[in-house]
Design a binder for this molecule. Structure first.
Ligand code: ADP
Ligand code: MG
Length: 571
């Protein structure tokens, strides 16, 4: 959205920071609500304008003339005015609560959508705690742009005008005293807001580092116990929290100084008013009631003017989050430009001279080539770290090849829509993820399969074999990422859900490494003999699993060589 110049414009930028400008877009859908708020503000301003006049009447015409009738009538009017303005306030609160909820939801929803479509690489150097914590923080900061405070401030313009009218009607001399505070406050805030923004930025980064560290240690809690790392972790904790709290204090103190100066300023104005007002009363050019009314109007001006100028402080707090959030939202999602749909049958898959590296300095594949004809069963073998899983990452379009091409039925896979392309594959990855929930929920991920098919998948994968031992059978909760299952049981579950997907191409990445011998042989038999018409790509270190495969490739030094399974078995 909008062009942004390269490099950060630090010094004299445009009036509004681009990130801030973009944050204002979250206000856009609420035009109707804001016109209601404008109406409410107008009403409460009008009511507010009348109140000091009534008070003046009570003082000058009621109290000073000792006329109880005037006092009673005026008090009644005052009560009605108060009721109206408080009622309108309540109504505004309602509208704002609604708008704020909706905009928070909209922003968070946008973030969630984005997150799910980011490339695999994004997640490889971050942990979940870190991601959740910084996104949540940024979303809530940015969506605070729809806070009541922020929009009310816009309405303060009415109030300031009405106050100014009141002030100048009563005494222009006093009015000038009040106005003298504006430039002082302005320059004060200008100085402080820069520091506030910097403090906020540092705090966000530090809190992100902390969440990252925290999530990491939660993930490794078993290791902390086994290696007895408590002391070092506690030290690190106090170090990080200490730094974070220090930054938070710094931010709070900047706010504190702002309030301090603001109060000092307001009291200076008040003292000046007493002085000048007293003098005007003594010389007889103003009544006591008029001075009271003046004091009220002056509150209408000083308070809102401060609030408007304080918006700069408010934005200073939002800005670092806005920048981070929009940077996040501008990240490129997974490549999905192709419009063609993949056919619902096994395509002829082909790697042509594919070169790839995660990091520039270290090539993983250097011209890998292989083909999988429709219905063919192909095995890939090779040492740890030779790049076997990398081949699958490329095939499944989690990464793009640096050189060469990956083709499906002779067409570049990128010409196919990602969704339809990935629906071609049933994958058991090397480290499958299991969701919270029970066994059944993890097998039938989208809750669409018939009981018979589920039964079949449980049977074939070998899950059926251990279900009787489970306290609640297929309804047994499996814990975080299957923590309540053994390694082999987890793998069987992953196989079951891949079978249930029933896609034309089956991919197994060391999928049976944790299987016991019988289960492995059983599943292998199914793969080789009962999956007619499906293509299979199997990565394995169990060489007996090469039996019955149509082709075997060995990955070595970044290239694939077709080998004879017999030779492999003999060596
Ligand atoms: N996301 C990644 N970023 C950087 N390097 C990676 C990444 N994934 C794997 N590697 C490196 O690439 C090499 C090949 O990994 P992989 O394909 O997983 O090997 P394997 O043949 O054991 O499946 C490994 O040496 C590993 O260090
Ligand atoms: Mg691997």
């Amino acid at each position: 959205m909008g062009e942004r110049k390269d490099g950060k414009q630090k010094k004299k930028g445009p009036l509004l920071d681009p990130a801030l400008k973009r944050a204002f877009f979250y206000l856009k859908p609420y035009k109707k609500e804001f016109s209601l708020v404008a109406l409410a503000l107008f009403i409460s301003t009008a009511v507010g304008f009348l109140q000091p006049l009534v008070i003046r009447a009570i003082t000058d015409e009621g109290m000073l003339r000792q006329d109880m009738g005037v006092i009673l009538r005026s008090v009644l009017v005052l009560a009605v005015l108060v009721l109206i303005s408080q009622g309108v306030d309540l109504w505004q609160t309602y509208i704002f609560a609604d708008v704020h909820n909706k905009s928070y939801y909209a922003a968070f929803h946008q973030v969630f959508e984005k997150l799910l479509h980011l490339p695999k690489a994004y997640f490889e150097d971050k942990n979940n705690t870190e991601i959740l914590s910084f996104l949540q923080m940024d979303v809530s900061q940015v969506s605070s742009i729809t806070d009541r405070y922020m929009v009310m401030s816009a309405g303060y313009v009415f109030r300031i005008f009405s106050g100014l009218i009141g002030l100048f009607i009563i005494s222009w001399k006093l009015a000038l005293v009040v106005l003298a505070m504006v430039p002082v406050k302005f320059f004060l805030v200008r100085g402080l807001s820069k520091r506030r923004e910097k403090a906020m930025d540092e705090m966000l980064e530090s809190s992100r580092d902390f969440s990252r560290w925290f999530g990491d240690n939660l993930g490794g809690v078993d290791e902390i116990k086994l290696w007895n790392l408590f002391k070092s972790r506690e030290e690190a904790f106090s170090r990080q929290q200490g730094a974070l709290l220090k930054l938070e204090k710094k931010g709070a103190m900047i706010d504190g100084w702002n309030t301090f100066w603001e109060m000092l300023l307001e009291w200076s104005v008040t003292i000046a008013l007493y002085l000048l007002g007293g003098w005007l009363i003594c010389t007889g050019s103003l009544t006591i009631g008029a001075v009271f009314a003046f004091a009220s109007y002056s509150g209408y001006v000083t308070g809102p003017v401060s609030a408007l100028i304080n918006l700069k402080m408010f934005f200073a707090r939002i800005m670092p989050s806005a920048r981070r959030l929009f940077q996040f939202l501008d990240m490129e999602t997974e490549r999905d430009k192709g419009g063609e749909k993949a056919a619902g049958r096994p395509p002829r898959l082909e790697f042509q001279n594919v070169a790839f590296s995660y990091e520039e300095s270290r090539p993983i594949l250097r011209g890998a080539a292989f083909t999988v004809e429709p219905g063919e069963k192909v095995a890939i073998i090779g040492q740890n770290g030779s790049g076997k899983s990398t081949i699958l990452n490329l095939l499944l379009r989690f990464y793009q090849p640096g050189e060469g091409e990956i083709l499906a039925d002779g067409k570049d896979v990128e010409s196919l829509s990602l969704e339809s392309y990935r629906s071609l594959f049933s994958v058991v990855s090397q480290e499958p993820y299991l969701f919270l929930g029970d066994i059944l929920e993890n097998v039938d991920l989208d809750k669409s399969a018939s009981p018979e098919r589920i039964e079949w998948a449980l049977q074939q994968s070998g899950v059926q074999g251990y279900l009787p031992r489970m306290p609640e059978g297929a309804k047994t909760p499996i814990g975080r990422n299957g923590a309540k299952l053994s390694g082999g049981e987890k793998q069987k579950l992953a196989v079951a859900r891949a079978l249930l997907k029933d896609a034309p191409v089956v991919i197994l990445d060391e999928a049976t490494s944790g299987f016991d011998v019988e289960s492995d042989a059983y599943l292998h038999d199914i793969i080789v003999n009962q999956m007619q018409g499906k293509s299979v790509i199997m990565i394995t270190h169990h060489y007996h699993n090469l039996a019955g495969m149509d082709k075997v490739y060995r990955l070595e030094e970044g290239v694939l060589r077709q080998v004879d399974p017999e030779d492999v078995l003999e060596n």
